[in-house]
Design a protein around this ligand. Sequence first.
Ligand code: MSP
Length: 642
Amino acid sequence: MCDKKIFYITTPIYYVNDIPHIGHAYTTTACDTISRYKRMKGYDVFFLTGTDEHGQKIQTAAEAKGLTPQQLVDEVHQTFKELCKLLNASNDDFIRTTEERHVKTVQAIFSKLIEQGDIYKGTYSGYYCVPDETYVPENAMGPNKTCPDCGRPLTIMEEESYFFKASKYVPQLIEYYETHLKAVMPKIRYNEIMSFLKSGVRDQSVSRTSLKWGIPVPGDEKHVIYVWFDALINYATAAGYLDDPEKFAHWWPHVRHMVGKDIIRFHCVTWPLLLLALGVDLPVEIFAHGWWTVDGDKMSKSKGNVVDPFKIVKEYGLDPFRYFLMREVPFGNDGDFSELALVGRINSDLANDLGNLLNRTLQMIRSYRGGTVPACVDSQSELSAMSVEVLEKVDRAMNDYAFDDALKTIWEFIRRSNKFIDETAPWKLAKDETQSERLDFVLLNLYEALRLSAMLIAPFMPETSKRIWTQLGITDDPTSSQYDSFTWGDGKGNIIGASEVLFPRIDIEAWKKEREEKKLQEESAVIEHEAEIGIDGFKTVEMRVARITKCEEIPKSKKLYKLEVDLGYEKRTVCSGIKAFFKPDELEGKMIILVTNLKPVKLCGVESNGMVLCASVKRDGVSEQLTIITPEKDIPLGSRVS
Ligand code: MSP
């Protein structure tokens, strides 16, 4: 069955208790990339995403907002649809678990399993994590009876519950995984799942009486179906399990799930056990990707470092973001997101490597051949030879979901093509009539390298690929072409289009400065300003020009210097907390502004008679940057500042 060119891929369905972040954007982008790739390889593709709209999390979030759960999910699921649009996702369906087609499917499956004796009624008591909506076995609890995943305290719950006879199907699942080594990827997750399965799986509670917001158990409406049981079934609903057996038979044997590493037990244990009970095929592959941290930190709302895909795309463009997500981290590993790293990739990989290849090539075709791609007798070169390997390597990488490897391979080719320009020096060939054929050969090869590169990047950066093709003078959509029919040399005779810069380089220094200023602005928006004062109030502060004549350490203090200052009419001793920013010899001789009428105060055993004016950037009350205020030109010591 699976050798047919059919590919059904799913993202997890996203909880709508919160707004989308980089984690959601990541899986959607990965699924979109592989979908586009498979389509270009001639596959019939069905790409599914959607939203998970039942359960405690949603009910609690709705209560907090003063909405009904239905109002909340109707509102928030829209942002996830917008995320798909933002990411240029080519999903074929978007499922919501509150839709009727899904509710009916879940209830039908529940009833079927009751009928066949695989779901039975019992009592459940155990430690429960409310936010994660999961019971935690005692041997898996964290210290002080906390949730091992989120660290929050667990609550004891006892309730009548329906149970799914998961244990019955465990041996069959183990056998399946033993003969399907790529059913769970990467290997580390496969091993994790196998050892979990072998350690024993208990029957699983699949209903709740403590909650209202869920799909009612058919015929026993005081129970609602457990949200994970409900959610997992979305993959079957959308494939037509209940309504459209033909559709289901077409897609289901080719289903693949992509998920984050935190939800593999549900996908690689609960879900396949359920499918075994239903007597339908198991997923061909389940791939678990890693998690993103942000600037080295775990992403969390309380830290305020949640990466908003809408903001990033607005600032840097969609394709650079998609490229970064797929290139920066081997798929399956954890990774770190930073805007600086994104800017680095834009400048080096996109503007420099790809952008330069395009600009240089088109400019030469325009100058030396009037904009028409030349033909030549034999167009085969080291680039065409390399292109064959590149296509094979990319295909292998994509089949392993090694998106970063695929991109590395494409970029090796792009860099090699840039080197080809330097080696063949077309500008020299253009000056020599006898080299005309050689110049044709070089220009055609560069054009073909670009045509191939644009096609190869199409699944990752569809818009950029199109923009390159337009500049190359090709009118159709690169994603409608198929890898397998690419023929080196076919581009001869094409007439190139107008040029435009693909990715403007970002000036890193200016970018850093701008961000620093923005941060300050954001911070100042929350600064509590002092109360207004009148001029007379201001005049009560006496400030005068002075000069530091001596600077000494204070043995007991890490922050303070003891300064001798000269006011012209008198000398004073002042303590100043600027040690972290200056060496003593940098201060001696400096003109400063001193507040002269502050009450004397003893600091670390030294009497301080005034205060040196400084400007500083503070974070959490600690100065990160500091500068001393100094007169702009010489003026007698003791002059009054007003
Ligand atoms: N609703 C469930 C899935 C049900 S599927 C039948 C769910 N939703 S979620 O919205 O909380 O998470 C969706 C996906 O986002 C998960 O795959 C999760 O791994 C992923 N991520 C959440 N935070 C992430 C990062 N910081 N980095 C990468 N992915 C992360 O779980």
